[in-house]
Every structure is written in structure tokens, then in C-alpha cells.
Design a protein around this ligand. Structure first.
Ligand code: DAU
Length: 314
């Protein structure tokens, strides 16, 4: 089995923070979101990964390299423009070489990983498996309608104005080779994209076996700023305390706090959950709960909480 990670697109919804960099590389609890996806795939026993890249490919390649850091082999699949999730599948056909694969949207975070779900897909012999989750704002997602009697998926709609259910499609999908028949048959949607929801609908309409699984652990699409902060909050909450940097006698550290090597905390208060990367200086400052401060940052004479602070890119 292989994996396809989608890291193309333009990230316009996260401007200005991702104006010059890939939204998939924004750190959540000081780790780029994309790395959580790669780890989840590796932990499911899949090591052959294709990453779809677009305008921001130089940064993605620099961050992920050839996959050695994870014991994986990464192949980059350039997409000429963000023409849709099904278009990204289309350009991966040669890379997949007939094998089934997991498709993972590079801006999604799934708390419990995907190992159990991949096992379920393998054991079930399905043509496709989709993950669903109950959400408060279904109109922001692909939405599934299930048959009341059998529980099988009967209809998928991409960001409907009037959703028929609150069951959103999570950005992790499993497919066998038949998905290529579907992505080659469908036409672009009204917004000009080849939609993966239309491709899966094609499979359903042509009697392929599409299995759905409603997940109960948390999942986040970090496409919008508030979702990214929410993901940061949830991941930080699971942190263990570890202080590697120096903390002077005038400072106090409360709760689940991580401070990286070479960092200095001077006359400051840090209240966890919070993470501070390596080589930072926190001076005459208050760092409050749910804050991630990346590597090489200086916070001086300031109060900050519930935030993600990025390294300055020169
Ligand atoms: O997060 C789950 C949702 O993801 C699903 O519920 C929707 O059905 C699905 O369409 C998708 O919606 P989004 O609007 O969140 O997709 P977005 O355009 O943000 O793209 C998701 C990821 O895929 C993102 O990392 C960028 C990448 N991408 C996107 C497109 C359109 C590509 O690599 N190539 C593309 O052509």
C-alpha cells in the first residue's frame, strides 16, 4: 500500500501568515502540520509516500527531504495548479502503479492516527473507505448522506449551502485502483475543481464498494486560522513537562511546559500548556496557556497567550 499526501494549493485563507510559505508547514505545538500526516502514515506501516506539491514546493521539499527522517521514501508529484483533490489523484496514477493507497490532506490532523483505519480497509476488501465526523458547521466540508436502513453512503455533496446531515468528510481516504476510472470520468465542478466527492459519488453510482467509518476521536482541518489555534490548543494539552533551557530565579514556570535547549527565561512567568523551542529568549514577559513559540524567537516585555509564534524567515 502507498500514500498520497496533498500539499499543493495556495493557502490563501491563512494569509497573511502563509503569504510566502506553505500552510502545511505552519507548526502546531512546534511541529509542522504536514509532519503529523507523515508520522501517521508511517505508523500505519506505509513507507512509500507521494507528496503532491504546487507553488510552495521548494519549502515542502526542504522541510521533508527524501523521507529518511521518518524511515520513508518520499516522491514529489508536482501539480501545475490546484485544480482539485481529484486532479491531485489523477496526476498520481503512474506513481501508484496499481496499488491501493491512503490519501491524506496535508492540512488535516487526526488525533488517533490512521493505523486501525488502514487495517480495517485492508481487511474489508473495499474499493474505497471514507472517514466521517459529526461537525457543527457542515457547510464548510464535503457532506455525506447515509441510507437510513443500511447505513451505507448514498450521496456526497461538496460544501452544500443546505447540508442534509452534519456528517463531514474527514481529509483521509483509502482507495484501490478503481478511483482512477472515477477521476478520469468526472468533470470540473462549478468552482472549476475536480472534486474528490464527485469521484467517490461516481464509485457509489457504479456499484463499487464504498465503506464509511464515523470517527469519534478529534480531527481538525487546519485550513482556517481559528482551527489552527484550536489544533494547537488540543495538541499542547497532551504535552509532558520538560525543561531543557535555563530559567533564572526571578522566573516561574507553571504546569505542562516544554522549553528547548539553549533557550533562556529571564524574569518571566510561563503558564502551561505551552511550548518554547530551542534558542529562544523570553525576558520580562508573560507567556500564557496554549502558546507555541517556535525556535530562535525573542519575546521581550510582552504578554502572550493562545498563540502560535513563528520564527522570522529572512
Ligand atoms: O478537510 C476535509 C475537507 O477537505 C473535506 O470535507 C472536503 O470534502 C474536501 O474537499 C477538502 O476541503 P478543503 O476546502 O478543506 O480542501 P482544500 O482546498 O483546503 O485542500 C486540502 C488540501 O489539499 C490542502 O493541503 C491543499 C491540498 N490541495 C488542494 C487542492 C484543491 C492540493 O494539493 N491540490 C489541489 O488541487
Amino acid at each position: 500500500m502507498k500514500a498520497l499526501v496533498l500539499s499543493g494549493g495556495r493557502g490563501t485563507r491563512l494569509r497573511p501568515i502563509t503569504h510566502t510559505s506553505a500552510k502545511q508547514l505552519v507548526p502546531v505545538a512546534n511541529k509542522p502540520i504536514l509532519f503529523y500526516a507523515i508520522e501517521a502514515i508511517r505508523d500505519a506501516g506505509i513507507t512509500d509516500i507521494g507528496i503532491v506539491v504546487g507553488d510552495t514546493q521548494a519549502e515542502i521539499r526542504r522541510a521533508c527531504g527524501n523521507g529518511d527522517d521518518w524511515g520513508c521514501k518520499i516522491t514529489y508529484l508536482p501539480q501545475e495548479a490546484p485544480l482539485g483533490l481529484a486532479h491531485a489523484v489523477k496526476i498520481s496514477e503512474e506513481f501508484m502503479a496499481g496499488e491501493p493507497f491512503v490519501m491524506y490532506l496535508g492540512d488535516n490532523l487526526v488525533k488517533d492516527g490512521i493505523a486501525g483505519l488502514v487495517d480495517e480497509y485492508r481487511a474489508g476488501g473495499y474499493n474505497a473507505q471514507i472517514l466521517l465526523a459529526h461537525v457543527p458547521r457542515p457547510k464548510d466540508f464535503g457532506v455525506a448522506e447515509l441510507d437510513a436502513a443500511t447505513g451505507r453512503v448514498i450521496r456526497l455533496e461538496e460544501k452544500p449551502a443546505e447540508p442534509k446531515t452534519d456528517l463531514a468528510l474527514v481529509g483521509v481516504y483509502m482507495f484501490d485502483r478503481n478511483i482512477f476510472e472515477a477521476v478520469n470520468a468526472i468533470k470540473p465542478s462549478a468552482r472549476g475543481e475536480l472534486e474528490i466527492t464527485d469521484a467517490i459519488q461516481y464509485l457509489i453510482d457504479h456499484d463499487y464498494n464504498v465503506h464509511s467509518h464515523v470517527i469519534d476521536g478529534w480531527w481538525k482541518d487546519t485550513g482556517r486560522l481559528e482551527d489552527m489555534l484550536e489544533a494547537n490548543r488540543i495538541v499542547l494539552d497532551g504535552l509532558l513537562r520538560k525543561i531543557d533551557g535555563e530559567v533564572d530565579a526571578a522566573s516561574s514556570i507553571h504546569g505542562k511546559v516544554r522549553i528547548g535547549k539553549g533557550s533562556r527565561v529571564v524574569n518571566s512567568v510561563i503558564r502551561g500548556p505551552a511550548i518554547i523551542g530551542d534558542n529562544c529568549v523570553i525576558e520580562n514577559a508573560y507567556v500564557g496557556p496554549f502558546t507555541s513559540i517556535y525556535y530562535n524567537c525573542v519575546v521581550r516585555g510582552s504578554e502572550i497567550e493562545h498563540s502560535i509564534v513563528l520564527e522570522v524567515v529572512r
